[in-house]
Design a protein around this ligand. Structure first.
Ligand code: CP
Length: 307
């Protein structure tokens, strides 16, 4: 695994192996001395063209825990703001010694382009590209499910709810969870639920209450991505809350043994109520913690292979 651009880069065995390494890394993170010498002398560059809290910071801590040097580049404080292209930026970073570029970009396909165009020989890890994929998010979500239900996810029923259309998280989760044998249902308003997603091997639904009544093991709520919507979403916000929010009233319909997930950042009161986000069944903060272990595992595998 020289790059991680898409969940499609993984076989079932390689995904399970990556999750197993991540579980080992989470044990390292529980020790009093959390550092491993594994990537000493290697340089990881976080190149972010979009804002991020969880992904950028966890990649930074992950690289530091593995003793790599890490540099953070934000588009608006670099020469990208003067019009420098992705190719020139990446070649400049490689000339400065980058062994791995972790890329977040608003364009779907940007990470694939960087990994395959022959511009650089550094490894590329996709930290979210447009509405396409967010593979490390899906891996940390799967690790969270394994910790709740066991390593074998093949009997799991996962309901992913909300703004499916703009969600790279939903796409990567659908690919990974179906690869691991879980049953995935995507539920959302028709305008935010592209019918072609059935090609991913998932069920589609337009009725959140009916989907909840079916008793899924995992209820994953998605952020409403107002910044990617061209239409004025504000007008339909109250309708959205009525039909699609995991509101305090709807919380009683979630099975007592189920877990509640959300990739963050959350819009409290829109797709999820504070009460649901802070319910004992919520794993939202555990997802964040697992992001660190998964990103350690990914950097370790990508840079070990590259070496
Ligand atoms: N879930 C996620 O990608 O969060 P950030 O945008 O804060 O990185």
């Amino acid at each position: 695994m020289r790059h991680l651009v898409s969940i499609r880069d993984l076989s079932k065995d390689s995904a399970l192996n990556l999750l197993s390494v991540a579980q080992d890394m989470s044990q390292v993170n529980d020790r009093s001395i959390k550092k491993l010498p594994t990537l000493r002398g290697r340089t990881v560059v976080n190149l972010f063209f979009e804002n991020s809290t969880r992904t950028r910071i966890s990649f930074e801590i992950a690289a530091k825990r593995l003793s790599a040097d890490v540099i953070n580049v934000a588009a608006d404080s670099s020469s990208i703001s003067k019009g420098e292209s992705l190719k020139d930026t990446a070649q400049t970073l490689e000339a400065l010694g980058a062994d791995c570029i972790v890329l977040r970009h608003p364009s779907s396909g940007a990470a694939h382009q960087l990994a395959t165009m022959g511009w650089i020989s550094s490894s590329v890890v996709n930290a979210g590209d447009g509405t396409h994929e967010h593979p490390t998010q899906a891996l940390l979500d799967a690790l969270t499910m394994q910790q709740a239900f066991g390593v074998d996810l093949s009997n799991l029923r996962v309901l992913i709810v909300g703004d499916i259309k703009h969600s790279r998280v939903a796409r990567s989760n659908a690919l990974l969870l179906t690869l691991l044998g879980a049953k995935v249902e995507l539920s959302g308003p028709a305008s935010l639920l592209p019918p072609e997603l059935t090609a991913l091997g998932v069920e589609l639904s337009n009725d959140f209450d009916q989907s909840l009544a079916n008793g899924p093991n995992v209820v994953m709520m998605l952020r409403v991505q107002k910044e990617r919507m061209l239409e004025n979403f504000q007008k339909s916000e109250s309708d959205y809350i009525k039909q699609w929010s995991l509101s305090s009233a709807r919380l009683s319909s979630v099975s007592k043994d189920a877990i509640i997930m959300h990739p963050g950042p959350i819009n409290r009161g829109l797709e999820i109520s504070s009460q649901a986000a802070e319910d004992p069944r919520s794993r939202i903060l555990q997802q964040v913690t697992n992001g660190l272990a998964v990103r350690m595992a990914v950097l370790y595998q990508v840079l070990s292979e590259e070496k």
